[in-house]
Design a protein. Structure first.
Length: 233
């Protein structure tokens, strides 16, 4: 009998925000896998570290950080092949994913490669969106309001158009795209309505009005929440 592949959301950063179901999976599987940069530690592994038993077989999926090479499908192909062999031998494998596996999660690439041949269970996690709203005391939407989620790498014209039409927006994947996003929000007269969060729930978390931040010093794991009015309660 084949093993089960688990896509485990480990939450936004605070290890206490891992769900009970994720914890049970981590403490029961013989194998875990997780993405990591070509050099350095895996953030997903760091988040879950205190919940991972000793002695597990660990698969590190090394990924290039160069945007021109992402996604490096060969890395996912190789990881899927290795994981497939373990599943075929009847071993369960948990793939760790920052936040939630299906909210811009890297697990989707493995899911697409393995779901037709093996049993897959996705363990949802608290996403960075929910964490950023909580730590910045920024209600997202209420009643019939619409929240728009916009990736920072989006082309400038499209990003400007969508922000001009959105009552509430979350802008993610900032990093080197932050100056572009900052300039667009300033152009649309939205800086006063924008809250900034980086590394939400982590020890180096920063929260504050976007207009007080330097857009040249924004990491990838940061988010901007924009509201054009108060929550309609």
């Amino acid at each position: 009998m084949s093993g089960t592949l688990y896509g485990v959301g480990v939450g936004p950063g605070d290890p206490d925000l891992i769900t009970l179901k994720a914890l049970k999976v981590l403490q029961s599987v013989p194998v875990i896998a997780y993405p990591a940069p070509e050099v350095g530690d895996s953030m997903a592994r760091q988040i879950a570290a205190s919940h991972i038993p000793d002695g597990l077989h660990e698969i590190i999926i090394r990924m290039p950080l160069d945007p021109k090479k992402f996604p490096d499908r060969s890395a996912y192909d190789a990881a899927a092949e290795e994981i497939s062999g373990l599943l075929a031998d009847g071993q369960d494998v948990a793939v760790l994913c920052e936040g939630d596996p299906f909210f811009y999660g890297s697990f989707m690439y493995l899911f697409n490669r393995l779901t037709e041949d093996y049993q897959v269970e996705v363990i949802p996690g608290i996403s960075s969106l929910m964490a950023c709203a909580a730590v910045s005391s920024t209600p997202l939407v209420a009643r019939n309001e619409v929240l728009t989620i916009l990736p920072g790498p989006m082309p400038e014209d499209e990003l400007r158009s969508r922000l001009s039409q959105s009552g509430a927006a979350a802008i993610i994947k900032l990093g080197r795209h932050a100056p572009k996003v900052y300039a667009i929000l300033e152009e649309l007269d939205l800086l006063d309505q924008a809250q900034y969060v980086e590394h939400a729930t982590m020890s180096d978390q920063r929260v504050g009005p976007l207009k007080e931040m330097n857009p040249e010093e924004v990491p990838y794991f940061a988010m901007i929440l924009v509201r054009k009015g108060s929550v309609g309660l």
